[in-house]
Write a protein that binds this ligand. Structure first.
Ligand code: NAD
Length: 249
């Protein structure tokens, strides 16, 4: 029996950790050939092909996408997952931090997509999935810069979906709530009381617990799959109910 992603090549940025790693392994398990583009692609699972790349640098992205094409012969799916956190109000992050985070979280996705589009246009099942966040939809405390970056990712997703629908390239987003990954662990260390902050993050989810990376990976895989061939320009929330439920505690 053929698997869902048989014959398809997927690129996952930031695929060496957290949500990206879970996504890369899910796609590989379902038959895809998977290229991981990451700052640190060493020591990856044998099912994954690692490529060093910095999404904040155009020359690095162009070289990595060219290397994927040369080695694997095609690119059908791009998962724009690489992203970094930022904590604080507008009074806390300086201009350099704004430029750094927007360059990775927003321009990075545009850069990788632009480099991959010539390959995607040749595919019968082309799909891009951008990792957004419920921070794009809700006014989360202490996330001014991060929320702004993810709001831009949502708008970018809709604009790209429009621009490339005629090319046969679908573009969708997944908006996780708080997911238990190294990204969140590092962010917690920035708080005076990381244990209390972790409990608050669990409690913020209507389900009472953080989302797992595998739950997000399943949603990304759905939007990347030929089975969602009529779905483009959407954002799927995988957020434990944070965005829309108002549960009495
Ligand atoms: P993570 O920190 O566990 O992993 C991020 C990966 O991206 C790492 O492997 C890192 O090396 C790589 N990376 C970082 N900067 C890079 C760059 N410039 N070039 C190439 N690779 C780079 O993060 P995660 O929690 O798995 O988050 C992944 C994505 O999901 C991010 O876009 C994040 O904003 C989004 N997200 C995360 C959460 C959460 O709660 N964890 C919630 C919503 C959205």
């Amino acid at each position: 029996m053929s698997a869902e992603f048989d014959g398809l090549v997927a690129v996952v940025t930031g695929g060496a950790s957290g949500i990206g790693l879970a996504t890369a392994l899910t796609l590989a398990d379902r038959g895809a050939t998977v290229a991981v583009l990451d700052l640190n692609p060493e020591g990856l699972d044998a099912r994954l092909h690692g490529f060093g790349a910095d999404v904040s640098d155009r020359a690095s992205v162009d070289a990595a996408i060219a290397a994927v094409g040369e080695k694997l012969g095609a690119i059908d799916i791009v998962v724009n997952n690489a992203g970094i956190s930022a904590v604080g109000t507008v009074e806390d992050n300086d201009d350099a931090e704004w430029a750094r985070v927007l360059n990775i979280n927003v321009t990075g996705m545009a850069r990788v997509s632009a480099a991959a589009l010539p390959w995607l246009r040749k595919s019968q099942h082309a799909a891009i999935v951008n990792l957004c966040s419920i921070a794009a939809l809700n006014g989360l405390p202490q996330r001014a810069l991060y929320g702004a970056s993810k709001g831009a990712v949502l708008a970018l997703t809709y604009a790209m979906a429009t621009d490339h629908v005629a090319d046969g390239v679908r573009v969708n987003a997944v908006s996780p709530g708080t997911v238990s990954t190294p990204f969140v662990e590092r962010m917690l260390q920035g708080f005076d009381d990381p244990v209390a902050e972790r409990a608050a993050l669990d409690a913020r989810q209507a389900t009472g617990r953080m989302v797992t990376p595998e739950e997000v990976a399943g949603a990304v895989a759905y939007l990347a799959s030929p089975t969602s061939g009529s779905t483009t320009g959407t954002a799927l929330e995988v957020d434990g109910g944070v965005a829309h439920l108002r549960v009495r505690k």
